[in-house]
Structure formats: C-alpha cells, structure tokens
Design a binder for this molecule. Structure first.
Ligand code: SDX
Length: 428
C-alpha cells in the first residue's frame, strides 16, 4: 500500500505523506498544504479531518468498537469502577494498588467546596439550568485554587485533576439541592466516589441515604461509558480552548457548554422528552418515526445516529442491558423502557434508518437508568459531564504535554468584495 498521497493542481503535482495509526487508520498529512500549494481544505463539521494524533481512545465506527487506552469497554462491565477508568484515561495505564489508593484518597480529601462557593449557588435562580451552574462553578474553582491555574509539572497537574474530578460531584449535587430548596449535604469521607455523590444528592440532614449496591454499580458503568470518545464536539472544544494556553478549569468549563447542546450531550434529555411524549399519548411510536423521517418536521429520533458509529454504538448495547438489569433488581417497571425498545425495533427495520446507518447511541438508554436512580431529567447532561470529565482532562494534558500549536482553522471567504465605507446620509 502506498505511503504517499498524490495531488495535482493545474500543471503542478504534489505528494503528501500518509500516516498510519496503531489500529490501521490512515491519514494524509497536509500540515504544509497551504505553504506548498496556496490551497486549504474545506471540511464543514470536520467529518474528514483529524485534528491530532491521540493515544487515549479508539473508535471503529464501522465495527462498533470502543477502546480506552487499548482496552475494549466491554471489559469494564464486570466490576465497573469509574475512578480506576478515570486514572487509566488520564495517566495511560490501569493504576497499581498503591496508585489507586492514593488517587481515591485524594478524591475523598478534596470533595468539599470552599464555603465561599456556596454564595454563588444562592445567587442562581432555583430554576437555573444545572449545566449553566456546572460550567460557571467549574470556572469559579480556579478562583479558589489559583495555585492550580498554572500546571507546570505532572504532580501539580495530578492535583488539579483530582480536585476537578472530586469536586464536580459536589457542584452537581449542590446545584440539584439548590434547585429544590434543600440544604447542601456535605461529602462523607467514609464513602467511595459514586456512593458519596448519591449521598450528597439524596441524603437528608441526619437521615442516611440507603445506597443500593445495584444503583452504585449501574452508575459506575454509566460514568465509565461516558468517560471519553475521541474528538467529539466537547472534547475538541476542551482541546481548542486549552491550545490557547487557557487553564484546565476554563477548558473544562468550555467543554461543559459544548456538551450542553441537544445534538451532543443534551440529547439524553431530549430522548426522555421524546419517550414521555410517546408514552403520554401525544404521538404513537409509528407517528414519531414518520416525523423523524420527514425533513420538514425538523424532528429527529433523539438518541439515534452518530457521526462515527455506522454500526451499533457499543455503549448503547451495554446501557440497554444495564437498564433492564437495574429495573429488574429494583423491581421497577418503567413504561418508557418499553417505548424505547419499541422505537428501536421499528427504526432498525425501517429503510430510512438502515440506509443512513442510524443506530441507538449512548444517549438512547442512559436516561431510563438515571430515572430509575431518581435523577431528574434536567440533571442527565450533568451526569454525562461527570463521566466525560476524565476524558476532557486526559486530552487537555496530552495536548499540553505535546506542546501543540494554538488551534486556528482557516476559512473560505464568500462575503462582499471591493466595498467602500459610506457616510450615514448616503446609506439606503
Ligand atoms: C453524542 O461525537 C461523539 O462521539 C458524540 C458522543 C460522545 O460520546 O461524545 O457520542 C455523544 O453526542 C451522541 C449523539 C447524541 N445526539 C443525538 O442523539 C441527536 C440525534 N442525532 C443526530 O442529530 C445526528 O445523528 C448526530 C448529530 C448524532 C450526527 O450528525 P451528523 O453526523 O452530522 O449526521 P447528519 O446530521 O449529517 O445526518 C445524516 C443523515 C441526514 O439525512 P440526509 O440529509 O442524508 O437525508 O441522517 C439523518 C439526517 O437527516 N439523521 C437523522 C438522525 N440522525 C441523522 N434522521 C432522523 N433522526 C436522527 N437522529
């Protein structure tokens, strides 16, 4: 197989190197294209453009494969441990027992927020969108930890990573408690990562939250399955912002904003709204599928389709299983799960979806699980952000460690030419 790409422009002939990744992906390296040819490429949405080389996550969209640092995600399902996977993504290998114990102790030690941050929560309206609060408060963390703004060495980076991963739970829980006018529940140092989050979310003063082990297991796996996903919109945003030299807190706060969008992490909220509209009788499953196929309706089958997966999203498969198992263990019958299964069945036999290779994605079943845990719909994307945070941190540090250039795409200008300034009185 050739390792050079040939380009002819007019009478000129050019050759560009072809790079090959460790899983056999091939890319034409065009970093000197404009300098040599005077041309740039045009690729709206970057569907054909690699922004970097990365060793963190690999997706094979055609085969429905997802690996974290080379490990298939299915292998994390037996004993799901989100903290262990966070370490793997950020530091490149599964933690030893000592590394794990030290990291877990750091997460426990740094779960509290500075008491001064509580005033910020009080300043938000009760109905404030939790993703707005999350982004604002992650940014605010840098005001309370100025020593972690400049991360000049790996040790300081590790401290910042641990504080962010620990405190995002507390910020999320406090946002939830504030929205309900409930008192904030301090983190309990006796509890592990996920049980401590559930404690802060659902305990009451002097009333312990009874933490069902099947819920802890399910939420660990939900967070693991959201932990990283190559150069998705929010991770690319974190890299873009970080490439300017912006600190880790600012970069992750920007990632939260990108994730909020309904085409990205916000889809898990849209999926629940869709399932509830169908279950509530506003539309039948068949009517909704018909609308989703009709371009003029502007309706999409939320939780379906993916830029990379042109086969089943392996996360959706696992989350569908987790939903069934958790509801059975909790003795809960959720009609929305039946609606989701029915939607999936109809869509996967409909030529419109089959021809476009539209399958359920990570957002299709996650909401049913979070609902069974008692997490309200408007907190679903916040849970996605808690899961995705280690991936954002890993990419930010990979980029920072490589000393990459500031990200600054080009464009093709199609606006006015030869235009002069007109005084106000001569404008029509
Ligand atoms: C996430 O990138 C990541 O990795 C993201 C993510 C991660 O872990 O970070 O996996 C998380 O964001 C998952 C996706 C969540 N979003 C949704 O579920 C929203 C519904 N899905 C779509 O909006 C869409 O599928 C996207 C946004 C996910 C992908 O968009 P693309 O790749 O730009 O695809 P497209 O919009 O160009 O669609 C191609 C065709 C179009 O039809 P034609 O013009 O070819 O006739 O498929 C159609 C689209 O109309 N289509 C859909 C559809 N998704 C695509 N039609 C109906 N329902 C859908 N859901």
């Amino acid at each position: 197989m050739t390792d050079r790409a040939h380009l002819s422009l007019g009478d000129a002939q050019y050759e560009f190197p072809v790079v090959e990744g460790s899983e056999g992906e091939r890319a034409i390296d065009i970093r000197d294209l404009r300098q040599r040819t005077g041309h740039i490429t045009l690729d709206p949405g970057y569907a054909n453009t690699g922004s970097c080389e990365s060793a963190i996550t690999f997706i094979d969209g055609e085969r429905g494969v997802l690996h974290y640092r080379g490990i298939p995600i299915e292998q994390f399902a037996a004993e799901p441990n989100f903290v262990e996977v966070a370490w793997l993504l950020i530091f490149g290998a599964l933690p030893t027992a000592e590394e794990y114990a030290a990291f877990a102790a750091d997460l426990t030690r740094h779960a509290n927020l500075d008491e001064g941050m509580k005033h910020h929560f009080e300043g938000f309206p009760r109905a404030a969108p939790p993703m707005a609060i999350l982004s604002a408060m992650i940014n605010a963390l840098s005001c309370f930890h100025p020593e972690l703004i400049e991360l000049e060495d790996a040790e300081r980076f590790r401290m910042a990573a641990a504080r962010l991963i620990s405190k995002i739970r507390t910020i999320a829980a406090y946002a939830y408690r504030h929205s309900r006018g409930q008192p904030y529940i301090y983190p309990d140092p006796r509890l592990r990562y996920v049980p401590n989050f559930l404690h802060m979310m659902f305990a009451q003063p002097y009333v312990e939250y009874d933490c069902d082990e099947s819920i802890v297991r399910a939420l660990n796996l939900v967070l693991i399955l959201h932990a990283d996903h190559e150069q998705n919109c929010s991770t690319s945003t974190v890299r873009m912002v970080g490439s300017s030299g912006a600190n880790l807190f600012a970069s992750c706060a920007a990632g939260v904003c990108a994730l909020w969008g309904p085409l990205h992490g916000g889809a898990n909220v849209e999926v629940l709204d869709m399932l509830e509209r169908i279950h509530g009788g506003q539309l039948t499953v068949e009517e909704y599928v018909r609308l989703a196929k009709d371009k003029d309706s502007k309706v999409r089958l939320m939780g379906f389709g993916h830029r990379v997966y042109k086969n089943f999203d392996p996360r959706a498969k696992l989350l569908g299983e987790v939903a069934e198992e958790l509801l059975a263990k909790l003795g809960v019958k959720d009609p929305l799960l039946d609606v989701a299964r029915r939607l999936e069945e109809i869509a996967l036999s409909d030529p419109y979806f089959v021809e476009r290779k539209l399958y359920p994605n990570v957002d299709f079943y996650s909401g049913v699980i979070l609902r069974a845990i008692g997490i309200p719909t408007n907190m679903f994307t916040v849970i996605f952000a808690i899961g995705r945070l280690p991936g954002w941190i890993a990419h930010w540090w990979e980029q920072r460690s490589e000393g990459s250039r500031i990200a600054r795409p080009r464009q093709v200008y199609v606006g006015n030419t030869g235009t002069d300034y007109l005084p106000m009185e001569r404008r029509s």
